[in-house]
Design a protein. Sequence first.
Length: 154
Amino acid sequence: MSNMEYMFQQGFFGTRAPFFMDLVTLIVALLPLLVAVAIYFARKKSYKLHAFSQVFIYIFSVIVVSYFEFGVRFGGGFNLFMQGSSISHNYAFAVLMFHIAIAIITLIIWTVTIIMVKKQLATNTHKKVGMMTFAGVVMTSLTGIWVYALLFVY
């Protein structure tokens, strides 16, 4: 087996998904919990731990998305993954576009939040923007699981 072939072996959830898709979906499902822990640190006034955990989770998420994109591109893309699904192509594609839109908006807000944290703290907007980011992470997670179910479960 070559270095990357493992990505396309049968996944561990028992669906039609390849390994990389199961791994990414598991991480995406856990992401809101990880971010909630980071928010908990801020609520307990452990601001350095909050900042470190947010940056770590953000960087880890970008790496996971890169791994996912690599897998999708080399794994055949949306149309290939759709082949085993009984769901309408148009419906699944619309859900996918909805998921991508939420994910991109969330990534932009999260990036700006990390870059502009000092200014946001000075103007008391950091908490509000942080909660918007958290809501986006939750929506990205839920819609990602929705896409996974449409492609590999139904």
